[in-house]
Design a protein around this ligand. Structure first.
Ligand code: PEP
Ligand code: MN
Length: 268
């Protein structure tokens, strides 16, 4: 079974692959409500950050380990697969214990070779089917990203994918993290066997720019997405401006993928 098949088996959808959920888990009720709404729309993989890397101290830094218990419960109720960010060996260990199906390594971590080496070491204890997704580092270019991928590969895991979430730059871009598609395409041509998921939420930084970015991604042949979704985006504790309600996400997917729409929302 190829990696995409594994993601699909976890996603229940036969259309474009969608991983969705809030930027951060805030409470069990918020996470459950979001999961139920997304699941009813045919989305089978829930994302939620438990340990949040904040640019400045003093902001909400995530609910931490207790969110793993919420995820276990939500998985039982909805049948969704769970995805969360890991940034330290301790996070990896706790997630492996909770059986979190998909771990992603965030942008601030993937650019740090020491952190990547420590995480790769901790991943040696993961089951062989563990899925690990590596976000691009902050600076445009593929070298550091390749290094992060190679370090995870050194753990012996095979189900490795990448997430393109745009790059920090000093230009006057309308985007929070401009996509620099040429970098993603270069990585794809160097590692064609590694699935690439596009994260238009962190590229956009604003809800209104998400549809256009997804259209650009589709035109370039990308068909897997990680999208932030919150039941009450205006009150989200992190990334409030870029989150979509599950209902708005459903409408967006219906517009972007009219042909596969029927299939995408059929539970298999
Ligand atoms: C996130 O996915 O919420 C996140 C913090 O992402 P990034 O590492 O891309 O900034
Ligand atoms: Mn976020």
């Amino acid at each position: 079974m190829c990696f995409n098949d594994i993601l699909r088996a976890n996603s229940r959808a036969t259309g474009p692959l969608i991983i969705a959920g809030p930027c951060s888990a805030e409470s069990e009720e918020q996470l459950m409500q979001t999961a139920m709404e997304l699941s009813a729309n045919g989305i089978g993989i829930l994302r939620a950050g438990l340990w949040k890397p904040r640019t400045r101290p003093g902001n909400f830094e995530g609910v931490g380990e207790k969110g793993l218990e919420w995820m276990k419960h939500i998985r039982e109720v909805t049948g969704m697969a769970m995805a969360t960010e890991v940034a330290t060996p301790h996070h990896v260990e706790a997630c492996l214990k909770a059986g979190i199906e998909i771990l992603w390594i965030g942008t601030r971590t993937s650019g740090n070779p020491f952190s990547m080496a420590e995480i790769a070491e901790a991943l040696k204890d993961a089951p062989s089917e563990q899925i690990v997704l590596i976000k691009n580092p902050l600076c445009p270019g593929i070298e550091t990203w390749l290094g992060a991928i190679e370090r995870v590969q050194s753990s012996g895991l095979k189900n490795i994918g990448v997430i393109h979430r745009g790059f920090a730059d000093f230009s006057d871009s309308v985007y929070r993290n401009p996509p620099h598609w040429e970098v993603a395409r270069k990585l794809r041509s160097e590692l064609p066997e590694i699935p690439m998921i596009v994260d238009p939420s962190h590229m956009a930084g604003k809800r209104a720019l998400i549809p256009g970015l997804m259209r650009q991604a589709v035109d370039l042949g990308f068909n897997s997405f990680m999208i932030e979704s919150h039941t009450d985006p205006a009150r989200a504790l992190t990334d409030a401006k870029q989150q979509l309600t599950p209902g708005d996400l459903k409408s967006l997917l219906n517009t972007l993928f009219p042909v596969t729409r029927k299939m995408a929302f059929t539970t298999v």
